[in-house]
Design a protein around this ligand. Sequence first.
Ligand SMILES: [Zn+2]
Ligand SMILES: [Zn+2]
Length: 188
Amino acid sequence: MNICRKGAAFILTAVCALTALVFFGRLAGETAPPAPTAEPVVEQAIQEPERPAEPEIPAEGQENAEAPEPEEPEPLMASPHFAMAEYRCDCAGYCDGWPCEMRPELLEKIEALRCWYDQPVIITSGVRCAARNEEVGGVSWSFHKRGCAADLYCPGVGVGDLTQTAQKLGMNVLPYYSSGYVHVEVLP
Ligand SMILES: [Zn+2]
Ligand SMILES: [Zn+2]
């Protein structure tokens, strides 16, 4: 009986020892790998942001340096004091802004009007497409649709004064006293 007990105790001890070896062996095997893998992850995490950051800064700097150049083209001038864009159709997209060209004779006379007062003259309406003309309540035969008319005002100058001067310079004028601007036009 003693032999049997000793044998059983030995087997139990051996099983426990083997189990412990396997268990700790696995633990050692499992805990060991994360340590080396964790370090490279940290290194990569530090390196990755640094690498893109270096090329991004010069790239942005180049874009900023290059961007202003195309943004500064000289505007197309209708006359010395007026950009052509001031006469474009101001509709919300019915046309591309130029249903027709502005009449050069009118542009010259408006420039002369501006030089007469030596003060800024504000164009509130130049050429209009048919849709825009209808939208603002223009008459169907409006000269705005043919690039032969413009609405304008000169801050500090009365509508009556502006009307007389525009007429002297050879324009047909419709004064809008209540609205504070004049409609000027030349024959097509
Ligand atoms: Zn338009
Ligand atoms: Zn008008």
